[in-house]
Write a protein that binds this ligand. Structure first.
Ligand code: SF4
Length: 210
């Protein structure tokens, strides 16, 4: 089986298993997803979803958050960990949106990557979820599952995994596939326990490089 054939089968089987996959960060505006994705570094999406309403109630727009005291942002987001650097990034990011992007989240990778605190993973998430563009979000689940299943070979570097997957995953499938990797990585192909291969829908075609 080639990697292209393998990924086609993975997409088919994971679609059956998780038909309604979505991003697990709650948001109703693009800039809020930008903030939440920064807060989600080394924190659970669940905790981020609990904390951000406190921030967005107090600062309900890009401009309001851009003008907020960094120390006040830090006080609110501290439960997500790394409060100081996250607050600094969020403040600088909102200021750049106001000053350079007409208070709008840009819809291309190049500009997204200019924003403080936004790396390829976050930029891909915004491109896929907000703008419906081809995207590969190489978070920890995507990297672990791609290696175990045999879509990449002993590759842990996020950008290299992204580029390798872009070669074999149909453009229109990438974003949802990555959300399904998160679903499957949490439920079955777990990181902290032995993966549950016996109940896994990918059992027959996975290379199980564990
Ligand atoms: S068969 Fe095992 S290693 Fe492969 S995806 Fe399923 S749980 Fe993970």
């Amino acid at each position: 089986m080639t990697k292209k054939q393998r990924v086609k089968e993975v997409i088919r089987l994971l679609k059956e298993e998780y038909p309604d996959t979505v991003c697990t960060l709650d948001y109703d505006e693009a800039w809020k997803l930008l903030v939440s994705v920064r807060l989600a570094a080394q924190c659970t999406d669940e905790r981020v979803n609990k904390i951000v309403p406190n921030l967005f109630d107090k600062y309900p727009s890009i401009e309001a958050l851009a003008n907020a005291d960094v120390s006040d942002i830090e006080a609110i987001v501290r439960p997500c960990g790394l409060g100081r650097s996250k607050a600094r990034d969020i403040s600088a990011c909102m200021q750049m949106l106001v000053n350079d992007f007409d208070s709008k989240v840009p819809g291309n990778m190049e500009d997204l990557l200019k924003l403080p605190g936004v790396g390829r993973k976050s930029a891909n998430l915004i491109m896929g979820d907000v703008f419906g563009q081809p995207a590969i979000v190489t978070d920890t689940h995507c990297i672990r599952l791609s290696n175990r299943i045999g879509l990449v070979d002993k590759e842990k570097d996020p950008k290299k995994v992204e580029m390798a997957l872009r070669k074999i995953v149909p453009e229109e499938e990438g974003n949802a596939l990555c959300h399904r990797f998160v679903d499957h990585g949490r439920a079955v192909c777990t990181a902290r326990t032995t993966p549950h291969c016996d109940i896994c829908c990918l059992n027959e075609m996975c290379l199980k490089r564990i």
